[in-house]
Ligand binder design. Structure first.
Ligand SMILES: *[C@@H]1O[C@H](CO)[C@@H](O)[C@H](O)[C@H]1NC(C)=O
Ligand SMILES: *[C@@H]1O[C@H](CO)[C@@H](O)[C@H](O)[C@H]1NC(C)=O
Length: 387
C-alpha cells in the first residue's frame, strides 16, 4: 500500500523546516536503538582506499558456531520484470538449486523479490514475491515532498530514483513475508554461486564483501551529514553495499527502513547525490547499518569479479558485472571490444544464446568458468529462448 500526498502549495522554506524537524526526530529515535557492537572493532582500519591488512577477521570465540550445526540463510534476490533482469535471474536460480544441497552449503529457501508491482512469466519457475515499485514520475512535483507509507513505516521522499527501488523492495518484503531462516542473503541477478555458500555471518555480525570503490573514510564530510559524531568514527561505516551481505533477519528488519530513509535523504542532498552517483544506495546501506551499531565481517572471498579476479578457488559468488574482452592471444583488452568477449550488457533486450563460444587459450580460469556456467544453465533451463 502506497499513499501519496503532495504538499504542492506549502512554501519551500516551510518544507525545508519540516524536513529538518523530521531529521531530528529520526536521530532522536535512533539514539534509543540498542547497539549491537559489543566485541570491539572487527575489521582493520580502512584508509586511503587500501586495506592495511587482510580484512578477513578472526571472530571472537564466543560467537563461533559448533561445526555440525547448520545455520540456514534465505536467498533474497531483488529483480525487475525487464528481459535483462529475467535471464540473469534464471541463471542465478539454476545455480542456487544445484549448489543448495551440496556439502558446505547453508542455503535455505529462495525468493525473487520482484519490484515491478505485477507478475511476470517466471512466477512458476522461480519462487517470487511481488512488491511495489516506488511511485514513478515524482520529479514533476519539483520541491514537493511526498510521504510514502508502508504499513509500519513512513518515509520522507523527494525525487524519484530507480535504484532506490531496492531498499523499498526489502522494506515491503520483510513486512509481508514470513521468513523461516534466521539469516538472509541479499543477492543480485548477476550473481552465480560458483561454490556452495556457507553462512559467513556469525551471530549478530553480518558478513559483507568489501568494495574497493566504497570509501567512507574519503568522504568524511558527506558521511557526517548522515552519521553524526556521537555514533563514533566515520571508519565505523563499512566499505560495503547491501549485496552480497548475509545478515540476521531481525537485524535487517531494523536496518531496512533506515536504509530507505538514508537513501532518500542522500538523493535529496545535491552534494551527496553528485559525490555518490550510482553507488548512492550502497553508501546508504553502509551508513544505515552503522547507525544501528552493526558492523560487518569483511570477506574478500565472498565474491569474485571477472576479469579482475583470476580464479574461483575457495570463493563463493561470481559477480559478472564487468565486461570480459580478450584478443585471440588471451590478452585482456579491457575497455576495447575484444575479438572474444562476454559482457552481460550485450544482452539488454533478451537472453544470450545457448552455447556461447569458450574464450581463447590463456584467458583466466574465472572467465572460462563463468562462460561454462552460463552455458550449462542455458542448456538446461526449459524454454531458454522464450522471454
Ligand atoms: C524517515 O524519516 C522521516 C523524516 O526524516 C521520519 O519522519 C520517518 O519516521 C523516518 N522513517 C523511518 C522508518 O525511519
Ligand atoms: C557448442 O558450440 C561448439 C562450437 O563452438 C560446437 O562444437 C558444439 O557442438 C556446440 N554444442 C552444442 C551442444 O550445441
Amino acid at each position: 500500500m502506497i499513499e501519496r500526498k503532495t504538499m504542492g502549495r506549502a512554501s519551500p522554506i516551510l518544507l525545508i523546516l519540516l524536513a529538518i524537524g523530521f531529521s531530528f526526530a529520526t536521530y532522536n529515535l535512533l539514539t534509543t536503538i540498542i547497539h549491537y557492537r559489543s566485541a570491539g572493532k572487527l575489521v582493520d582500519d580502512y584508509s586511503g582506499g587500501i586495506f592495511l591488512s587482510d580484512p578477513i577477521v578472526e571472530m571472537p570465540k564466543n560467537v563461533r558456531r559448533p561445526k555440525n550445526s547448520k545455520s540456514l540463510f534465505h536467498v533474497a534476490l531483488t529483480a525487475t520484470d525487464a528481459p535483462y533482469s529475467k535471464w540473469q535471474c534464471r541463471i542465478m536460480y539454476y545455480w542456487y538449486k544445484k549448489r543448495k544441497h551440496m556439502p558446505g552449503s547453508e542455503m535455505g529457501g529462495f525468493t525473487r523479490i520482484l519490484h515491478s508491482g505485477k507478475p511476470d512469466n517466471l512466477m512458476d519457475e522461480i519462487p517470487t514475491v511481488i512488491v511495489d515499485p516506488l511511485p514513478a514520475g515524482l520529479d514533476r512535483f519539483g520541491l514537493g515532498i511526498i510521504i510514502t507509507e508502508s504499513s509500519n513505516h513512513t518515509f520522507l521522499r523527494g525525487k524519484g530514483y530507480i535504484v532506490l527501488n531496492r531498499p523499498w523492495a526489502f522494506v515491503q518484503w520483510l513486512e509481508k513475508a514470513t521468513i523461516e531462516e534466521d539469516y538472509v542473503l541479499m543477492a543480485e541477478p548477476d550473481h552465480i554461486f560458483v561454490n556452495p555458500l556457507p553462512n559467513l555471518a556469525h551471530g549478530e555480525f553480518p558478513a559483507a564483501f568489501p568494495f574497493f570503490y566504497i570509501t567512507p573514510a574519503q568522504h568524511g564530510k558527506i558521511i557526517r551529514k548522515f552519521y553524526p559524531e556521537e555514533y563514533g568514527p566515520v571508519t565505523n561505516v563499512d566499505p560495503i553495499g547491501n549485496s552480497p551481505v548475509i545478515i540476521k533477519t531481525v537485524l535487517l528488519e531494523k536496518i531496512a527502513p533506515t536504509w530507505m530513509n538514508i537513501s532518500l535523504r542522500m538523493k535529496d542532498d545535491p552534494e551527496t547525490d553528485k559525490a555518490f552517483g550510482w553507488v548512492l544506495e550502497m553508501y546508504a546501506y553502509a551508513v544505515a547499518s552503522a547507525l544501528h551499531g552493526v558492523q560487518h565481517i569483511l570477506r574478500k572471498d565472498f565474491m569474485l569479479q571477472p576479469p579482475w579476479d583470476l580464479d574461483t578457488a575457495n570463493k563463493f559468488i561470481i559477480h559478472y558485472t564487468y565486461g570480459c574482452d580478450y584478443n585471440l592471444k588471451g590478452e585482456l583488452t579491457y575497455g576495447k571490444f575484444g575479438e572474444w568477449r562476454f559482457d552481460k550488457r550485450s544482452y539488454l533486450r533478451g537472453p544470450p544464446p545457448k552455447n556461447l563460444s569458450l574464450p581463447p587459450p590463456g584467458v583466466p580460469e574465472s572467465v572460462v568458468t563463468l562462460v561454462k556456467m552460463v552455458n550449462e544453465a542455458t542448456a538446461n533451463i526449459p524454454n531458454w529462448e522464450t522471454q
